[in-house]
Design a protein around this ligand. Structure first.
Ligand SMILES: [Zn+2]
Ligand SMILES: [Zn+2]
Ligand SMILES: [Zn+2]
Ligand SMILES: [Zn+2]
Length: 308
């Protein structure tokens, strides 16, 4: 599959302060993104020739991340962000002068007058935002890259859906199936020893979209259980247009589940913790498996359909 987008590696920085703008993490990607066009709003004078210069002024000279109020400055006028201010022991990193507690209101006002495009412009978002609402939008922008849906490893790959489908096949070696019905066997010897296990993800291609079938073992309270659930490779508003059913059984008994696939925007862990899927108690699973309870042999069948 030809990559249609870009792969982003997550760059997360822990930050010590939570600002009013809902920005707990800052992203160093800002640095490397292509030169962004932006406009100066009504407050801006037509005479300002280099708005890029203004943008650079708003970059913290210490951590190089965009500054948000409160923006600080030393008595000599060197600016820095509130995260950095907390770290520099009251000493200006530029001139070593004592920092004190001086706000740079002028720069805060300049920031207020700026409008910038969403950083996912190259991925299709064409919205323009006031400086102070841009980051908030970007956290929820529907064009933002998805995280890799593979569970059981801390994979940091992000990208659009075609990128992730290729990545799942190439790097995680997942099975992919075409069609909207499935019949899957999950086998495990010594199931009694398993506290937490994740089986290989399966990706289904149907209706021109992709769905991930998860199967895993974990402790639900005191009870060891197995859980199967489906996630949709896309946003939640589209996930809601589909339904799925799962069935598991043996020796004349059957458990059934009907649900709505969850978007991969919801982490695998979140879906699991909300118990939004087919949950099978281990005792029942071993009963379904037949034999002498030494081996888990579950056959999970299912179907995906589109709601009208
Ligand atoms: Zn800084
Ligand atoms: Zn200074
Ligand atoms: Zn956007
Ligand atoms: Zn991955």
């Amino acid at each position: 599959m030809a990559p249609a987008g870009r792969i982003f590696k997550e760059v997360l920085e822990s930050s010590s302060t939570v600002s009013d703008y809902g920005i707990a993490t800052a992203n160093a990607e800002n640095k490397t993104s292509p030169p962004t066009k932006f406009t100066v709003t009504s407050g801006g004078k037509p005479g300002i020739s280099s708005t890029t210069g203004v943008h650079e002024l708003l970059e913290c000279p210490v951590c190089m991340i965009s500054m948000y109020p409160p923006i600080h400055q030393c008595p000599n006028g060197h600016t820095l962000c509130s995260n950095c201010k907390a770290r520099v022991h009251n000493c200006c990193p530029t001139c070593r002068y004592e920092l004190g507690n001086i706000r740079c209101l002028a720069l805060e006002k300049v920031a207020e007058s700026l409008e910038l495009p969403c950083k996912y412009q190259s991925l299709g978002c064409h919205d323009i935002f006031p400086y102070y609402s841009k980051l908030k939008h970007e956290q929820h922008c529907r064009f933002r890259p998805y995280n890799c849906p593979y569970a059981g490893s801390e994979c940091s790959v992000t990208g659009d859906i075609p990128i992730l489908v290729a990545h799942l096949k190439d790097d995680h070696k997942v099975d992919t199936h075409d069609g909207c019905t499935f019949n899957h066997r999950y086998v495990k010897s010594n199931p009694q020893e398993v506290e937490n296990a994740t089986w290989m993800l399966t990706v289904f291609n149907c209706f021109g979209r992709q769905f991930c079938l998860h199967f895993e073992a974990f402790q639900l309270g005191m009870a060891p259980v197995y859980m199967a659930f489906l996630r949709f490779m896309g946003d939640e508003d589209e996930a809601k247009k589909f339904s799925y059913s799962l069935e598991v059984g043996g020796t004349g008994r059957k458990l059934m589940w009907q649900g709505v696939p969850r978007s991969i925007r919801d982490s695998h862990r979140k879906v699991r913790d909300s118990q939004d899927g087919l949950i099978i108690q281990r005792n029942l699973a071993l009963f379904f498996s037949g034999g002498n309870r030494e081996e888990l042999k579950l056959r999970v069948t299912g179907r995906i359909w589109k709601e009208q």
